[in-house]
Ligand binder design. Structure first.
Ligand code: MLT
Length: 317
């Protein structure tokens, strides 16, 4: 007898609760670390594909699915690693997990902000190398001493970062062309124009999706308008920053420090001038990596994929 269950290919690690939920409705093939060619070869046998940020779901994936692929589930928020035009052309839904990792990402943003301000990574490396000293440049102003934090976008993650930064005693302003002023006021944040935001902030925390409009929006021109000594946190997407321009801004001192969880190319090249810069701290896209977030994301995406396979969803994410 033919197996009527759909097949779901899980191409990156997904929490057990999500896998269990998928198994109640489908055959689940967990195949991690597939090469692009291996993914294309497998895809014609699958009705759904679940990925995190490490897999590029290219036009070729949709073409090679020969029309069988009905839904791509992105276990996380950003869907910039999925070719949405190709998905639409091939009649494939794209769903994401928009809420479960919000707090994890915000916590990581704040962890990067405070550890950057206090040069924790550099101090740790120095102690481990046998040095016991506080370098002059490690003496900084308290983040609560009137420092301005600007959250660029106060959507889900940005507004949680804003709340936490206020809890640290920081003055928080925000730029967000889409946020209604009353929502910003509700979290005690003043909305300002982009130019004002970048020119008055001591810290800038980035929270926009990567789209054609936001690609490299932080470039030589924008850095030149920033307050000298600004510190930048990015837990959004590497591609919103022109990374070569950021290295120039770090070298010139316009940007005093940057704390980055995301890069244009992931992993970044080992000889990346940006990653190796003494005033940069870098983490490997782990903003969503808390157990709570991963359990939540696994369930959220499994529910969305099963719903889509059952025909409950009518539109792409
Ligand atoms: C997201 O888009 O949800 C975060 O960047 C975390 C991830 O990529 O998994």
């Amino acid at each position: 007898m033919m197996d009527a269950k759909p097949t779901v290919l899980v191409a990156e690690k997904l929490g057990d609760a999500g896998l269990e939920l998928l198994k109640t409705f489908s055959n689940v093939d967990c195949s991690y670390n597939l090469s692009p060619e291996e993914l294309c070869t497998k895809i014609s046998l699958c009705d759904a594909l679940i990925v995190r940020s490490g897999t590029k779901v290219t036009r070729e994936v949709f073409e090679r699915s020969s029309g069988r692929l009905k839904v791509v589930g992105r276990a996380g928020v950003g869907i910039d690693n999925v070719d949405l035009s190709a998905a639409t052309e091939h009649g494939c839904l794209v769903v994401n997990a928009p809420t479960a990792n919000t707090i994890a990402a915000a916590e990581h943003g704040i962890a990067l902000l405070t550890s950057m301000a206090r040069s924790i990574a550099q101090a740790d490396a120095s102690v481990k190398s046998g040095l016991w000293q506080v370098a002059e440049k490690q003496i900084c102003r308290s983040v609560a001493s009137g420092e301005n934090t600007c959250c660029d976008r106060v959507g889900k993650v940005g507004s949680e970062v804003a709340r936490r930064a206020k809890g640290l005693g920081m003055n928080v302003i925000a730029h967000d062309p889409y946020a209604p002023a009353d929502r910003a006021h509700a979290i005690g944040v003043e909305l300002v124009r982009f130019e004002e935001a970048i020119s008055s902030a001591d810290f800038i925390s980035l929270h926009m999706p990567l789209t054609p409009a936001t690609s490299k929006m932080f470039n030589d021109e924008t850095f030149s308008k920033m307050k000298k000594g600004v510190r930048i946190v990015n837990v959004a997407r590497g591609g919103v920053i022109d990374e070569k321009a950021l290295v120039r801004a770090l070298d010139s001192g316009i940007v005093a420090q940057a704390a980055l969880d995301v890069f244009t190319e992931e992993p970044p090249p080992t000889d990346s001038k940006l990653v190796q810069h003494e005033n940069v701290i870098a983490t490997p896209h782990l903003g969503a990596s808390t157990t709570e977030a991963q359990d939540g994301v696994a369930i959220e995406i499994a529910e969305a994929v099963v719903g889509a396979l059952k025909g409950e969803l009518a539109a792409t994410a």
